[in-house]
Design a protein. Sequence first.
Length: 349
Amino acid sequence: MSKKIDETEPDYEKDPPFHPRKVTYCKERKLNQFYDIYPNKELGRGKFGTVCECREKSSSKILAAKTINIKKPQERKEVENEIAVMCQLQHPRLLQLYDAFDDGSNIILITELIAGGELFERVIDDEFILTEKVCTIFMRQICEGVDFMHRQKVIHLDMKPENILCLTQNSNRIKLIDFGLARHYDPNSNVKVMFGTPEFVAPEVVNFERITPATDMWSVGVICYILLSGLSPFMGDNDGETLSNVTQAEWDFNDESFDAISDDAKDFITKLLVKQPEKRMTAAQCLNHKWLKRPSNRRPSLLPGTKGDVDENKALSKVKLKHFVIRRRWQKAVNTILAIHRMKVATIH
Ligand code: ATP
Ligand code: MG
């Protein structure tokens, strides 16, 4: 198969996969009366849930089932929050909830199936050619999803590459998933949180200061930095060091990977990785930034090789991004082993 650059603009017409639904769950409804679950068709795993394919018996629709084991009442509350947030977020760039069940020890969320896998896994595939233009197509969709969430007064709080999926293996349409840590945002309240993934969390989370929609925008900046360069801007030798790098908010474009990156892209990142949350670009401002504007609205780029600009259609090196993805895979595997171990310990005691 020949290598392929897919720089076509996403086709929004095909969404959504089903009409928006108001989902409520009650213990009386039995999951296997309505769905066949296929545990051997696993789609992924996270800290909280295992996701596999399933089929709605009445319609034969193929969907995804995320099973979250519940041990404490607080955990049930968290999943109820995830359901409430998802019900509110009906948008083509955000994972849509279809149904929910409670079997006593697990809550099962039935959602649309997103078959293309995680964005970064797709991008590092040898068949995929990564260009700066493709990055703008991805980043624009990410900002569209985040902008909608923020307009609905929801903060995601877990924006990271594993939570960005490709719709199919050969389209460049993406969706944001995993609303497990999402919070409603009330501008008058002073919400602080103590969770997230060290490489992607904003300084205000580490410092246990007030979180706002800007907290997600920091993570969007980190994702963009990694997508373009393969380097993680705050990564230290351990979590403590990473968190300390985040609070210092010091980073740069010194690596040679950035030689191939345009000034517009650098300006975009620079306006997101800003320590003071109120000075960061909002998602709406990102969509209006010159780097992300739709091609028809953009000024024509200078010819390739012209001094002061770069060719945004040139293939970027993916060597460092591959290393990044492999390292994250390892981290995930270790986290899964630790989670299984904790479960075993909890069952024994
Ligand atoms: P985390 O560890 O990030 O908190 P989690 O336990 O809340 O994760 P999710 O992030 O929702 O779980 O799902 C785990 C993984 O399963 C995802 O990273 C993704 O690879 C896969 N996945 C989740 N939902 C879907 C879906 N609807 N379709 C396809 N794959 C999915
Ligand atoms: Mg996740």
